[in-house]
Design a protein around this ligand. Structure first.
Ligand code: 5GP
Ligand code: ZN
Length: 113
């Protein structure tokens, strides 16, 4: 998607602080962190939302969660705990329409549900 900001980050057309990259996914620090650790993990392939991922391609979602698990360890929040968040669609407040998962940690987080 030529006009997608996260595709541009994945293609390195827009700079970001990349903390992980492999053939399927890339992770980078959120530009507006809400906690000491706030990382976004995205598939390199463009999906607008989680809902837009075809069933046959949902493996990438598991792959991303493996990356999150590793990053939580690397950034020192695995022990204390952390939140993994996906805003899916307008009612959830999704702003960037390229599938992404937030890894948020490093402070006590207010419960959402
Ligand atoms: P959403 O509300 O769509 O789940 O979250 C989008 C997130 O992307 C926000 O936390 C926002 O700070 C982050 N973000 C938006 N634009 C950029 C950018 O250009 N670079 C980085 N690193 N993060 C961004
Ligand atoms: Zn995209």
């Amino acid at each position: 998607m030529s006009d997608c900001i996260f595709c541009k980050i994945a293609n390195r057309e827009i700079p970001s602080e990349v903390v992980h990259e492999d053939d399927q996914a890339i992770a980078f620090k959120d530009i507006n962190p809400v906690a000491p650790v706030h990382i976004l993990v995205i598939p390199k392939k463009h999906y607008a939302t989680l809902d837009a991922v075809p069933p046959a391609e949902l493996g990438v979602v598991g792959h991303i969660h493996g990356i999150i698990q590793q990053l939580a360890r690397d950034f020192g929040v695995a022990g204390g705990g952390y939140r993994v968040l996906n805003n899916c669609g307008p009612d959830a407040g999704q702003v960037v329409f390229h599938l992404h998962f937030h890894l948020i940690g490093g402070r006590t987080l207010t419960r959402l549900v």
